[in-house]
Write a new protein. Structure first.
Length: 398
């Protein structure tokens, strides 16, 4: 049998049509390869050469973890009960029966704790976010004779890193997916569903890295973290440094970023609600034709120091003690936004040491009262006040 040797034809031996097809393919691939290399080298060079852009990317990556964890405050998810109350609650993690009736559930132990939601003997307690973070999911989990029940998921950061809190068996949802919330902010109410079998309760679940965390252990650890946060955020009568006021109120105004650095707006920007001939400038969006942003800051700081004395005098008269640092910074930011509203804030505060939700509610009430008395264009007051308070607390924790 004749063997046929493997013969690789030379380019010149190929038919002309084949040579044209193969040559075109090689040429096209070569062009594509060159263009890809140019694009890759160009992008790499841009990131290396454009130091400003590179720094912005780095800051954004770092800010999410840094801002969210430093000085973070934490709250009980059941308004009217403290973290200590939930730590001492029995039964504990993994229990499988109704907290109010003691009835056995149809399923076994689960990842959270079913907390008795009765406060002062009444059901239907308000439910608050335990952390500052973002509402990542709202899910309907079923219906009963008493109506629908939902669960609200909040993602954020705590002392150990990324964490998700799940607040289950709630209704009257007060937030939407994507909303930013602060610790202690009311997000829903305990649902009356399944009240016959187990009683209205809050199923509080916590997940970290795909694993369940005991909410009572988390609550105990959070209490320890609060000691340090309280010394920073809630020191009654403690002088507020100029730099802190610039960073905090500047963050709320948009004239400073999360790291306290001036933004483009710091150097001058138009105010849609102001018809003066000068642009706003400086940390506080000063409107009165200062020679420079730095001069604008100094001028308004003098005004704020006088307002600070007047507001603390109101607090002493109402509560018998000065406002906490967090409340005072919120008051001075409110004064910056509207001096008349700032003067009204103490009248709407329930305590000299309010939680974030109480600050938001008081600022909303003060601004609404001022707008009724003085007039002003319509705006989404509660959402705007929530945004500003979140910005202030972010900077207080740095």
């Amino acid at each position: 049998m004749n063997s046929v040797a493997n013969h690789k034809p030379h380019w010149t031996e190929l038919p002309p049509v084949w040579r044209w097809v193969i040559g075109s393919a090689i040429q096209t691939g070569d062009v594509a390869l060159k263009l890809g290399c140019v694009a890759l080298i160009g992008a790499s060079t841009w990131v290396m050469v454009d130091a400003d852009a590179n720094q912005r990317f780095t800051i954004r990556r770092g800010a999410a973890a840094t801002v969210a964890t430093q000085g973070q405050t934490y709250a009980s998810p059941i308004v009217g009960k403290t973290l200590d109350d939930l730590v001492a609650y029995q039964p504990t993690h993994g229990q499988s029966f109704g907290p109010e009736t003691g009835n056995q559930r149809s399923y076994g132990p689960h990842g959270g704790v079913d907390f008795d939601a009765r406060v002062g003997g009444a059901a239907g307690a308000a439910v608050a976010s335990p952390i500052s973070g973002t509402v990542s999911e709202i899910r309907k989990i079923g219906t009963s004779a008493n109506g629908a029940s939902y669960q609200v998921h909040i993602q954020g950061q705590d002392w150990a890193g990324p964490v998700e809190h799940q607040l289950v068996h709630v209704d009257n949802i007060a937030v939407a997916v994507g909303d930013t919330v602060t610790a202690g902010q009311v997000v829903a109410k305990v649902s009356p569903t399944d009240s016959v079998s187990t009683g209205p309760h809050l199923d509080w679940k916590i997940k970290r890295g795909g694993a369940w965390v005991n909410p009572q252990t988390w609550a105990k650890d959070a209490k320890g973290q609060q000691v340090n946060a309280a010394s920073v955020n809630n020191a009654p009568g403690k002088p507020i440094p100029d730099d802190l006021l610039k960073r905090a109120i500047g963050r709320a105004e948009g004239t400073r970023d999360a790291n306290g650095q001036p933004t483009a707006a710091y150097h001058g920007h138009p105010d849609p609600g102001w018809s003066g001939r000068c642009q706003n400038q400086g940390s506080f969006s000063y409107q009165h034709c200062a020679a420079s942003p730095e001069a604008a800051d100094q001028s308004w700081l003098g005004t704020l120091r006088k307002a600070e004395q007047d507001i603390q005098a109101q607090a002493q008269a109402k509560f018998g003690k000065p406002l906490s640092q967090a409340a005072m910074v919120a008051a001075l930011d409110g004064y910056t936004q509207s001096p008349d509203a700032g003067k009204r804030l103490v009248a709407h505060l329930p305590t000299a040491d309010p939680n974030p939700q109480q600050i938001i509610q008081a600022r909303t009430a003060a601004l609404n009262a001022s707008r009724r008395a003085k007039g002003g264009p319509p705006m989404n007051v509660p959402r705007d006040q929530q945004r500003r308070v979140n910005a202030l607390l972010e900077q207080l924790g740095r």
